[in-house]
Design a protein around this ligand. Sequence first.
Ligand SMILES: [Zn+2]
Ligand SMILES: [Zn+2]
Length: 163
Amino acid sequence: MSRHRAPRASSSRSAERKPAAAASPKKRPVNRESVEAEIETFRQLVITSRDSPKVEAEAEKCIGRLNEMFEQQPAFFTEEDVRFVNVLRGFLGERLEAHRPPVAHRRRRKREGDKFDYCWRCKTPIDERFTETCETCSTKKFRWMICPVCKACGCQRGQKVLV
Ligand SMILES: [Zn+2]
Ligand SMILES: [Zn+2]
C-alpha cells in the first residue's frame, strides 16, 4: 500500500494538510463521514424540491459545500458518489424548472462537435436558452455550453468540479 498515492481516510487528514489550506476559517474537516452526511443533505433537499421550489438557495449552498469538499479531498468521493451527486443535481434542475411557469422553447440542432442534442446531466433538449459557455471547458475549437436548467458543462464530466 502506498501511502502517498492514495490519500485515504485516516492518514491524509493531518498528514497532508498544508498551512496554506488552513487559511480559510470556513473550511471544515473533510472525511468520509462528512462527505456522506453532505451527500445525504443534498439528497433530502432534492427530494423536497419535488414539492417546493423554496429549497433552491439551500441546495445551492449544499452544492457549494460539496464542490469545496471535492476540491480539498477528491479521494473521499467514490465514483459512485460522483455519479449519484450528478444525477441528483440533474433532478434538482428538472424539478425546480417544473415549478416555473411553462414556456415553449425552440429546439436547436447540434452544433459541430456536440455529442448530444440534450444536456448530458438533466436531459433538457438544447434550445434557445443554451447561450452561456464555460471558459474553463472551452477550447478554440469547441465551446462548451452551460445547461440553463442544471448548470452542467464539461467541468463535471472532466471532474474539474464535482457537481
Ligand atoms: Zn442540464
Ligand atoms: Zn465547464
